[in-house]
Design a protein around this ligand. Structure first.
Ligand SMILES: Nc1nc2c(ncn2[C@@H]2O[C@H](COP(=O)(O)OP(=O)(O)OP(=O)(O)O)[C@@H](O)[C@H]2O)c(=O)[nH]1
Ligand SMILES: [Mg+2]
Length: 335
């Protein structure tokens, strides 16, 4: 299972102090108390949002503080409550105490919210302390302190996009170019032995998750190569991106989709439902093939399946690929 993890510091607001004040009116030499109450400090609240899928936003903001309550004032004016700090997290986030490792809460459903740190209570003004024996109390409560805590947010990630391809097709290279993942890359087959996840930042605020898995060869479903057990890691992805190494194709090729068909067959043997997922065909390493071949690949018929040509070396079409993946994910979301 892939886990995204972040550590942040949170602090709730202090309560405002109660006020000591007395009425001063003409002809009333000894006015009674009129000190208002302090406002409550803001809470730190976590809220699950289906709009988020990763914890990338927390890379930039590590400190989250709620507002403090305003002090009470004379004239029975109560201070305003401090602003709550509402922290949005993806659905499925687990909040833990950093020091103890204990689970504080889990946020599962969209919109679900939990108060993690209560703000300090506002102090009562001196009006509250008037009694038969003390008509001019020179005492008001102080506001309660805010609380602070270092917490860890953990999220089990489900990849949006699964990369499927022969060994050496350039899967890990792609993920290293479009995300901050740093998988091992080499010019021999089966470099990747375990799946890697990369979080792709899209425009300013969005992101999606790509899973890079080991290469698949013909016969993998009957145990050849590394087998296909790792395909379970892409069972829950939403789109499959088929990576086809264009340098393996010659211009005289009769069937440019041979590798793709083999991959489909292996996936089908593992779990036929995988073929129900939307898929995209991606010809890789286009920097290393002729313009003529690129032209031919452009005109390959794919029965309505989107196709794209990329080079992770020159960066050709990488932005277009991200745009395409994002567009497809949006379409699936709207269904
Ligand atoms: N010319 C060129 N070479 C590339 C490109 N992308 C990857 N390569 C090279 O292809 C080889 C294999 O790349 P990887 O990213 O490790 O391939 P993979 O699909 O992850 O391979 P496995 O993990 O073995 O399944 C490496 O030598 C890369 O440098 C590309 O766009 N152009
Ligand atoms: Mg690899």
């Amino acid at each position: 299972m892939f886990i995204d993890y972040t550590k942040i510091f949170i602090k709730s607001g202090a309560g405002g102090n109660g006020c000591i004040s007395f009425r001063r009116e003409k002809y009333v030499p000894k006015g009674g108390p009129n000190g208002g109450d302090g406002g409550n400090g803001g809470d730190v609240i976590f809220k699950a949002s289906s709009q988020l899928s990763t914890l990338v936003d927390f890379t930039y903001q590590k400190h989250h503080k709620a507002g403090r309550g305003v002090h009470g004032q004379g004239g029975d004016k109560n201070g305003r409550n401090g602003r709550d700090e509402v922290i949005l997290v993806p659905c499925g986030s687990v909040i833990k105490n950093f020091e103890t490792g204990g689970v504080i809460t889990e946020l599962i459903k969209d919109g679900e919210e939990k108060v993690i740190l209560k703000g300090g209570r506002g102090g009562k003004g001196n009006t509250h302390f008037k009694s038969a024996t003390n008509r001019t109390p020179r005492y008001a409560e102080k506001g309660g302190e805010g609380q602070e805590l270092t917490i860890v947010i953990e999220l089990k990630l489900i990849a949006d996009i699964g990369l499927v391809g022969f060994p050496n097709a350039g899967k890990s290279t792609l993920i290293s170019k479009i995300s901050s993942a740093k998988p091992k890359i080499a010019d021999y087959p089966f470099t990747t032995l375990k799946p890697n996840l990369g979080i792709v930042k899209y425009r300013e605020y969005d992101s999606f998750v790509v899973a890079d898995i080991p290469g698949i060869i013909e016969g993998a479903s009957s145990g050849k190569g590394l087998g296909i057990q790792f395909l379970r890691h892409i069972e829950r992805t939403r789109i499959l991106l088929f990576m086809i190494d264009a340098t393996r194709l010659s211009i005289e090729e009769k069937n440019f989709l041979g590798d793709y068909k083999i991959l489909l067959g292996e996936l089908e043997n593992y779990e036929a439902n995988l073929l129900d997922k939307p898929r995209i065909i991606c010809f890789t390493k286009t920097d290393a093939v002729s313009e003529e071949l690129k032209k031919k690949l452009k005109s390959v018929r794919t029965a309505g399946i989107d196709k794209i040509q990329i080079s992770s070396v020159t960066g050709e079409n990488l932005q277009e690929l991200k745009d395409l993946l994002w567009k497809k994910l949006k379409e699936i979301n709207e269904e």
